[in-house]
Write a protein that binds this ligand. Structure first.
Ligand SMILES: Nc1ncnc2c1ncn2[C@@H]1O[C@H](COP(=O)(O)OP(=O)(O)OP(=O)(O)O)[C@@H](O)[C@H]1O
Length: 272
C-alpha cells in the first residue's frame, strides 16, 4: 500500500539527513521506527505525508505517486494519512467531541467548520471514535480538563475520524506514564487490528516497540539499519540502531528498555 523508494531529504541545501530509504508498509501493520535522537525519525514521518518535501526518491500510496511540488499533489497525499502528535495539539477550551470533529474538516465544507455546524453522520462518527478510545463519558467535557494520556487518546480519535489508510504517530507517548502510554498504544494497535489501518509510529522506548510493533524499522544516521519483526532483533541490531549502547550502558536506550533482555536471550543474526 505504501512504497518508499530511495527517499532522500536534505534541509535547505544542507547534507542529507535521510540517505536513500526504502521500505513498504501493508494495511494493518504496526510499524515502529526506532533510532537515536537525530537519526531522522521525525523527518521520515513528515516526508511520508509531504509535511517535509523529499529531496529525492518517491513515495507511492496504492501505486500512485502524488507530486510533492504541487499543492494538489500534497493535498492528495495527505488525504491518505492522519497524524498523531506528541503534544496532542488539542483546542483546550473546546469539548472532546468538537476536537474530534476537527478531524472531519477535510471532509466537510469550510462554512460548516467556521460555524461549527456538523452533520448527524459526522457527530455519530466522532462519538464512535471517542468510544473506541474509551472516552465516551468525556465527550462533552473540555479537552483541557482531561489528563495527558486521555488528551492523547482524543488525538487518536481525531485521527480515526479522518478514516485514513495510515496513521503517523510521532512519539505519541513520550510524555506519558506507562499506564497511559499503554492505553494510547492499545488504541493504535486496535486501529491496526480492527480497521486495518497501517500505523507508522516513532518511539524512543524499545520495550514498547517489542510489545506493540508487528515490525520494527531501525534508523541510524538517516539510514535503515534494521527492518524486520521485533522478535528477530539481536544485540547487534540494537547496537546498530543505538551505536555505543553495548559498550556504554548510559547510552540513550531507556532503563526499562528490552536491550538487556535482547542481549541475554536472542540468538545472533545480521542487520540489513
Ligand atoms: N527544520 C529543520 N531544519 C534543518 N535541520 C533539521 C530540521 N529538522 C530536523 N533537522 C535535522 O535533521 C536531523 C534529523 O532530525 P529528526 O528530528 O528527523 O530526528 P529524530 O530521529 O526524529 O530525533 P528526535 O528523536 O530527537 O526527535 C537532525 O540532524 C536535525 O538537526
Amino acid at each position: 500500500m505504501l512504497e518508499v523508494r530511495n527517499l532522500h531529504k536534505a534541509y535547505r541545501g544542507g547534507d542529507d539527513v535521510l540517505h536513500g530509504i526504502n521500505f513498504e508498509v501493508q494495511p494493518g501493520e504496526f510499524v515502529v521506527v526506532l533510532g537515536q535522537s537525530g537519526a531522522g525519525k521525525s523527518t521520515l514521518l513528515r516526508c511520508l505525508n509531504y509535511l517535509c518535501l523529499p529531496s529525492g526518491g518517491e513515495i507511492r500510496v496504492n501505486g500512485v505517486r502524488h507530486n510533492p511540488a504541487s499543492k494538489s499533489g500534497r493535498q492528495a497525499q495527505r488525504r491518505h494519512f492522519a497524524m498523531v502528535f506528541q503534544d496532542h495539539n488539542l483546542l483546550g477550551r473546546l469539548s472532546v467531541l468538537k476536537n474530534v470533529l476537527v478531524g472531519r474538516m477535510s471532509h466537510i465544507p469550510f462554512w460548516s467548520c467556521l460555524f461549527q455546524v456538523f452533520s448527524r453522520r459526522d457527530v455519530a462518527l466522532a462519538l464512535q471514535a471517542i468510544e473506541t478510545v474509551g472516552l465516551a463519558e468525556k465527550a462533552y467535557e473540555r479537552a483541557d480538563s482531561l489528563s495527558g494520556g486521555q488528551q492523547q487518546r482524543v488525538g487518536v480519535a481525531r485521527a480515526l475520524v479522518q478514516r485514513p489508510a495510515m496513521m503517523l504517530a510521532d512519539e505519541p507517548v513520550a510524555s506519558l506514564d506507562p499506564q497511559s502510554a499503554r492505553q494510547v498504544l492499545n488504541c493504535l494497535q486496535n486501529a491496526c487490528r480492527r480497521e486495518k489501518i497501517a500505523v507508522v509510529c516513532n518511539l524512543h522506548q524499545l520495550d514498547y516497540a517489542m510489545e506493540y510493533a508487528s515490525r520494527v524499522i531501525g534508523l541510524a544516521g538517516g539510514k535503515v539499519v534494521y527492518d524486520g519483526p521485533p522478535e528477530s532483533m539481536t544485540p547487534q541490531v540494537v547496537e546498530a540502531i543505538y551505536p555505543g549502547v553495548a559498550q556504554n550502558k548510559s547510552a540513550s536506550i531507556p532503563e526499562t528498555g528490552a536491550g538487556g533482555a535482547l542481549c541475554r536471550n536472542i540468538p545472533l543474526a545480521g542487520a540489513v
